[in-house]
Write a protein that binds this ligand. Structure first.
Ligand code: TRP
Length: 341
């Protein structure tokens, strides 16, 4: 029998993804993946690796392939339950490209031009402003609308893309008849924004040239300890959460909160009067405790390619089943002749 997400009547649907353009960091875990793991309890979930989005900037083929598989294994290692949720690679479900094309024909040129991420990225990569980069948000809309997602967990920087998705869904529903669920963004909870360990006023980024600025989910224990010990702190010695004035310490407090689940208030109390050294020691240890089991499961999965293949096959099947259903409706409404399968 084909695996399928058993749609429970009252369960809402969630879709999210991360672009496969870099290795996953503690920032991805804190801001996205750990929330996904919890959401699985109450929602029917689709989690994908956005490899099609990744090629809007030039990729080294071998790296893209390795990274896509790494991200799949890392999702699973972090606790995405592949029995329950659909975990898949975007390009494996051909409906994404098919619906994206159709939605392109419903998106205004000016509408796409207004996307701030497009403006930012075309400034950053002025040597390669391709049409894919321009219609990146339309592909994202296809990702979401194919699954009739109610909620889309995203970071702040993706909110405008969800707004576009909503507009496209409403436009299509209005022009034809109700076809797509109009999704809502689901912005991650407080304390999820992880900053660079070296320049704590900037978001932690996998592409930061300073390797010490970023903790990867595959980092070895000693390396994690080292990076935390070298993290930039601020003038002053007390452990307080004050992002404006003490961004360095605040970032470490956030990391400790993510790793231990302790509240910010309790953390401040725990380290009152103790200074940076014991605090960093504790943050480092907590990070190691969080990351080492994830890394070990990840390494184990990565050394069993058959398991990853099986997981991907079942994930793509689950996703395809729903995606095809939606695409068939869309084909019918816009006047395409029903394909013979
Ligand atoms: N663009 C998103 C990002 O960079 C990744 C993404 C692609 C996504 N398709 C999506 C996120 C659909 C949510 C829903 O973070």
């Amino acid at each position: 029998m084909q695996p399928e997400i058993t749609k429970t009547e009252n369960k809402k649907i969630i879709l999210s993804g991360i672009q496969a353009s870099g290795d996953l960091t503690i920032g991805h875990y804190a801001g996205a993946i750990r929330n996904w793991v919890e959401l699985q309890q109450d929602y029917d979930c689709y989690f994908m690796v956005a490899d099609m989005h990744a090629i809007t900037s030039r990729q080294i083929p071998a790296d893209l392939r390795r990274r896509s598989l790494d991200v799949v294994a890392m999702y699973a290692a972090c606790g995405i339950n592949t029995e329950k949720s659909a975990l898949f690679i975007q390009s494996h479900v051909t409906e994404h490209a098919q619906l994206a094309w159709i939605l392109n024909c419903f998106t205004g040129f000016g509408e796409a031009q207004r996307m701030t991420q497009f403006k930012d990225k075309s400034q950053q990569h002025s040597d390669n402003i391709n049409v894919g980069l321009f219609s990146y948000p339309v592909l994202m809309a296809a990702d979401i609308l194919l699954y009739q997602a109610d909620l889309v967990p995203v970071g702040d920087d993706q909110k405008q893309h969800i707004e576009l998705t909503r507009n496209l869904a409403e436009r299509f529903n209005h022009l034809y008849s109700p076809t797509f669920t109009v999704p809502e963004p689901f912005i991650a909870k407080e304390g999820a924004r992880i900053m660079s360990l070296q320049e704590p006023w900037k978001k932690m980024s996998k592409s930061d040239p300073n390797a010490n600025s970023c903790i990867f989910l595959h980092d070895e224990d000693a390396l994690i300890m080292n990076k935390i010990k070298r993290a930039v702190t601020d003038s002053g010695t007390d452990i307080v959460f004050d992002i404006e004035n003490r961004p360095g310490v605040s970032n470490l407090v956030t990391l400790y909160h993510v790793a231990t689940g302790k509240s910010i208030k309790d953390i401040e109390a725990e380290f009152a009067g103790l200074g940076y050294e014991p605090f960093k020691e504790a943050v480092g240890k907590a990070m190691v405790e969080l990351i080492s089991p994830i890394r070990n499961t990840f390494n184990d999965l990565r050394s069993h390619p058959d398991e990853i293949s099986a997981l991907l096959k079942s994930g793509a099947q689950k996703a395809s089943k729903q995606a095809f259903k939606t695409l068939r409706k869309v084909y019918k409404k816009i006047g395409f002749v029903e394909p013979i399968r």
